[in-house]
Design a protein around this ligand. Structure first.
Ligand SMILES: Nc1nc2c(ncn2[C@@H]2O[C@H](COP(=O)(O)OP(=O)(O)OP(=O)(O)O)[C@@H](O)[C@H]2O)c(=O)[nH]1
Length: 656
C-alpha cells in the first residue's frame, strides 16, 4: 500500500468514525469535532447550477438525483472507498448499515426516498445529512476512466442549491435557511469548496462565488467550476472567466460540460458523456488551447492533489485531537470504573476489593489526614474534662450533706475515731456521678459513625472531598475514586453502611460497658494509700494540719462543723484523684474498644456479612445504575474507535 493510500484509508475511517460517533460538524460535542480536522469537498452553487452533475463526474457513477427545480434537499455526505481487487462495487448508507447496493439506480432512488422520509414529498429542505459510501473496485481504473487521476478517496458533500426566492410550497425563510445550512459546511476551514457557477449566467451574479468569498477570503480552498459552457449564447464564450480575467481565483477555473437534461432523459451514460466532454474541449475553437486543463477529469485530478496536501498539513492536528480525545475518554472510563464481572467469583472479588478500599479510607479518617479522627480527640480533650469538671461534687460534699450521710451511716452509734462507713458512702455515691461522663464519652465517639457518613453519604461526596486536607491530593483522589466506585452500586453501598453501623454499634456498646466497669472498679476498691497518707484529725483551733493531732484533744471536736468539713474535703480530694485517673483511663478504654476494634475488625465484619451471601445475592449487590452501564459502553466504543484511528495514524509511514 502506498503512503497516500494509507493516508486515504485513514481519512475515510476517521470520518466514518466521526459520523458514527456523532462527532459530525455542527453538532456541539464534548469530544470536539474530529471531523473538522479532516478535509472534505463540498459543492456549492445556485439551484440547478449543475452541482450534482459535477459531483457525479468526479465519482464516475450515476447515482445522484438530478433534474430541474429543487432536487438536492438534504446535504449528502459521500465517501469513496477503494475495494479489494475482484470484489464487487457497492454502495452503503449509514441509515441502512447492513444493506449493500450494487445497482446505482437503486442508490439514487434510496437517496430520494430517504430525503422524502425526512422532508416529506415537499420542496422543504433538511439540515440532516445522508451518509452514503461508495465502494469502487479500483478507483484508478474506474469504470469510466473518470477517476483515473483521482487517487484520493474523496469525501464529498452535495448541498442543496442556493436560491433567491421561496417558491410555492416553501416557507419564506427557505432562502436564508439554505444559505445558513450551506454556510455551516463551507465555513469550516477544512472544507474545500467547489463553487459551481453556470456559464450561461453572468459570473457577477454567482451565489457560489459570493458565498465562497465570504467564508474563504484568501481563496485558498475555493475551486471555481464553470458548468454549462455548451449552453452559452452563440457568439459568446467564457474565456474571460476561465482565464481569470473576470474574477481571479487562487486556483485556476475549470470549465465543465455535464450531461444536459435531454441526455439525462435519454439515459446517456457516463462513458459517453465524458467522451463528449473531452471532444467538446478538444474541438472547441474557443477552448481548444485550454483542453488539457478543462473537464471533469482534470477537476478530479486538481482536487486530488489539493486534498493530498491538505490532509498532510492536517495530520499533526488530527493526531493531537485523537490523543486528546483518547485521554478524555480514558479518564472518563476511570471515573466510570471497570465493567462488572459476570461470574460469582469475580463479583465477590469486586465486592471484597471495595470493602478493602472502604476500610482503608475509613482507617485514614481515624488516623489523620482526613476529618473524623480529630473529632475523637476533641471528645477526650474537651468534652470529657469539661463534663468531669461540671459534676456536682460541691453540692454532694456540702457540709450539710456530709453530715447527713455520715450520721446516717453511723446509725445509733456515732463513729468513734473516723467515720469509716460515712467515708465509704460519700465516696461511693460521688463515684457514681462518673458514670454519666464515662458513658457520654463512649457515645461521643460515635464520630466513627460520622466517618462512615463521610464515606458513604451520597450527597456528601463533594464536601467530604473538600474536607480532605487540600495538600493531600493523592488522598483526595483515593477517596474520590472509592466513593465513585461505591456510587456505582447503591445496594452494596447501603449494605456496607448498614454493616459498618451495626459493627460500630457493637463496638460502642462494648466500649460503654468497659468504661462503666472502670468506674465500678474505682468504687470496688478504694486506694488505701490515699487514706494512709491523710493527715490525722488536727486540733480544730487552727493547729497545723501537718502535725499529727493529739487524739485526746481532737475527740472533743469530733462532731463539730470543722470535722465534717474535713471529711468533705478529704472525700473531695479522693474524688479529684479518681477523676484525674478516669480522665486518663476512659480515653484508653474507648480507643481500645471502639477505635482500635473498628480499625482491626471492621473489614472482618464485612467479610463475614458478605460471605453469607449466595451467588444471586452477590450480583444483586452489584446492581449498577443502567445509565452508567450505558455510558461506559458508549465510552468504550468511542475509545476503541479512536484508538484504532490512532493506530492507523501511527502506521502510516510518511516517507514519500
Ligand atoms: N447542457 C448542460 N446541462 C447541464 C449542465 N450541468 C447541469 N446541467 C443540467 O442542469 C440541470 C440541473 O443539474 P443538477 O446537476 O441537478 O444541478 P444541481 O445544482 O445539483 O441542482 P439542485 O440540486 O436542484 O440545486 C439538469 O437538468 C442537468 O442536466 C451542463 O454542463 N450542460
Amino acid at each position: 500500500m502506498t503512503t497516500m493510500e494509507s493516508l486515504i484509508g485513514l481519512v475515510n475511517r476517521i470520518q466514518r468514525a466521526c459520523t458514527v460517533l456523532g462527532d459530525y460538524g455542527g453538532v456541539d460535542n464534548a469530544f470536539s469535532s474530529l471531523w473538522e480536522a479532516l478535509p472534505s469537498v463540498a459543492v456549492v452553487g445556485g439551484q440547478s447550477s449543475g452541482k450534482s452533475s459535477v459531483l457525479e463526474s468526479i465519482v464516475g457513477r450515476d447515482f445522484l438525483p438530478r433534474g430541474s427545480g429543487i432536487v438536492t434537499r438534504r446535504p449528502l455526505v459521500l465517501q469513496l472507498h477503494k475495494t479489494e481487487d475482484g470484489s464487487q462495487e457497492y454502495a452503503e448508507f449509514l441509515h441502512l448499515p447492513k444493506r449493500r447496493f450494487s445497482d446505482f439506480a437503486v442508490v439514487r432512488k434510496e437517496i430520494q426516498d430517504e430525503t422524502d422520509r425526512i422532508t416529506g414529498k415537499t420542496k422543504q429542505i433538511s439540515p440532516l445529512s445522508v451518509l452514503h459510501q461508495c465502494y469502487a473496485q479500483d478507483l484508478n481504473l474506474c469504470l469510466l476512466g473518470l477517476l483515473c487521476f483521482a487517487v484520493v478517496n474523496l469525501t464529498l458533500i452535495d448541498l442543496p442549491g442556493l436560491t433567491k426566492v421561496a417558491v410555492e410550497g416553501q416557507p419564506e425563510s427557505i432562502v436564508q435557511d439554505i444559505e445558513t445550512m450551506v454556510r455551516t459546511y463551507v465555513e469550516k476551514p477544512n472544507c474545500i469548496i467547489l463553487a459551481i457557477s453556470p456559464a450561461n449566467q453572468d459570473i457577477a451574479t454567482s451565489d457560489a462565488i459570493k458565498l465562497a468569498r465570504e467564508v474563504d477570503p484568501s481563496g485558498e480552498r475555493t475551486f471555481g467550476v464553470l458548468t454549462k459552457l455548451d449552453l452559452m449564447d452563440k457568439g459568446t464564450n467564457a474565456l474571460d472567466v476561465l482565464e481569470g480575467r473576470s474574477y481571479r481565483l487562487q486556483h485556476p477555473w475549470v470549465g465543465i460540460v455535464n450531461r444536459s437534461q435531454a441526455d439525462i432523459n435519454k439515459n446517456v451514460d457516463m462513458i459517453v458523456a465524458r467522451r463528449k466532454e473531452r471532444e467538446y474541449f478538444a474541438t472547441s475553437p474557443d477552448y481548444g488551447h485550454l483542453a488539457n486543463k478543462m473537464g471533469s477529469e482534470y477537476l478530479a485530478k486538481l482536487l486530488s492533489k489539493h486534498l493530498e496536501s491538505a490532509i498532510r498539513a492536517r495530520i499533526p492536528s488530527i493526531t493531537s485531537l485523537i490523543n486528546k480525545t483518547i485521554d478524555e475518554l480514558e479518564s472518563e472510563m476511570d471515573h466510570l470504573g471497570r465493567p462488572i464481572a459476570v461470574d460469582a467469583g469475580a463479583q465477590l472479588y469486586t465486592i471484597l476489593e471495595l470493602c478493602r478500599a472502604f476500610d482503608k479510607v475509613f482507617k485514614e479518617h481515624l488516623d489523620g489526614g482526613r476529618p473524623g479522627g480529630d473529632r475523637i480527640y476533641g471528645v477526650f480533650d474537651n468534652q470529657l474534662p469539661a463534663a468531669l469538671r461540671k459534676l456536682p461534687f460541691d453540692r454532694h460534699l456540702s457540709l450539710q450533706n456530709v453530715r447527713r450521710v455520715v450520721s446516717e451511716a453511723d446509725g445509733y452509734q456515732p463513729h468513734l475515731i473516723a467515720p469509716e462507713q460515712g467515708y465509704r458512702r460519700l465516696i461511693e455515691s460521688a463515684l457514681n456521678y462518673f458514670r454519666g461522663p464515662a458513658e457520654a464519652s463512649a457515645d461521643a465517639v460515635g464520630s466513627l459513625t460520622f466517618c462512615i457518613y463521610l464515606l458513604l453519604g451520597p450527597l456528601r461526596l463533594k464536601r467530604a472531598c473538600q474536607k480532605v486536607n487540600c495538600r493531600n491530593s493523592a488522598a483526595r483522589a483515593l477517596i474520590f475514586n472509592m466513593k465513585q466506585e461505591l456510587r456505582r452500586f447503591p445496594s452494596l453501598q447501603a449494605e456496607l453502611a448498614a454493616a459498618a453501623n451495626e459493627a460500630l454499634e457493637r463496638f460502642r456498646e462494648d466500649s460503654k460497658k468497659t468504661v462503666l466497669r472502670l468506674v465500678d472498679m474505682e468504687s470496688s476498691y478504694l486506694t488505701v494509700d490515699f487514706f494512709r497518707r491523710l493527715p490525722q484529725e488536727v486540733d480544730n483551733k487552727g493547729g497545723n494540719p501537718a502535725i499529727p493531732a493529739n487524739p485526746a484533744s481532737s475527740t472533743v471536736d469530733r462532731y463539730s462543723e470543722m470535722h465534717f468539713r474535713r471529711i468533705g474535703s478529704n472525700v473531695s480530694s479522693y474524688v479529684g484523684m479518681v477523676s484525674e485517673t478516669l480522665r486518663n483511663t476512659i480515653p484508653k478504654a474507648v480507643v481500645h474498644c471502639q477505635v482500635k476494634e473498628a480499625k482491626q475488625s471492621l473489614l472482618n465484619y464485612f467479610y463475614t456479612q458478605i460471605g453469607k451471601k449466595e451467588g444471586k445475592q452477590l450480583s444483586q449487590l452489584l446492581d449498577e445504575d443502567p445509565a452508567l452501564m450505558e455510558r461506559r459502553l458508549q465510552c468504550a466504543k468511542r475509545l476503541e474507535l479512536y484508538k484504532a484511528a490512532r493506530d492507523e495514524v501511527d502506521s502510516v509511514s510518511w516517507a514519500r
